[in-house]
Ligand binder design. Structure first.
Ligand code: AMP
Length: 122
């Protein structure tokens, strides 16, 4: 797959406010935060979308979620709560094609998610 801006962050070619890293993933603050805390957790392995994951990625994707929960605990918002989201393709609102978890916290999240685009049922 083509390199994305996240590959450049992994390779330290562009700056990011990195809050966590290990041998499989990186977490940094979203440049356009949608909540008081808005982190992105990305695998070092580039996978374009949820649709591109394979059985081989099962453990990696589980790891991303464990890191989200660890960050929530370490940063002190685990008990109050938070939201973890992965967008997929156009209708999901994905804009960077290197999978990432959004970890949002510090405000009450609405449900269902805000929508302003009608679409015929699938
Ligand atoms: P998505 O729309 O789900 O693909 O999410 C992509 C996210 O990446 C958006 O929330 C952007 O604000 C964020 N983003 C894009 N470029 C950067 C960057 N250089 N550093 C941090 N976050 C970024």
């Amino acid at each position: 797959m083509a390199d994305t801006i996240f590959t450049k962050i992994i390779n330290r070619e562009i700056p990011a406010d990195i809050v966590y890293e290990d041998d499989r993933c990186l977490a940094f603050r979203d440049i356009n935060p949608q909540a008081p805390v808005h982190l992105l957790i990305i695998p070092l392995k580039p996978i374009a979308t949820l649709n591109d994951m394979t059985e081989a990625d099962r453990e990696l994707v589980g790891h991303l979620h464990l890191v989200a929960a660890k960050l929530a605990q370490d940063m002190g918002f685990a008990e109050d709560g938070y939201r973890v989201v992965m967008n997929c393709n156009r209708d999901g609102g994905q804009t960077v094609f290197h999978i990432h978890l959004h970890l949002l916290a510090g405000r009450i999240m609405g449900w269902p998610p805000f929508t302003d685009h009608a679409k015929a049922p699938v």
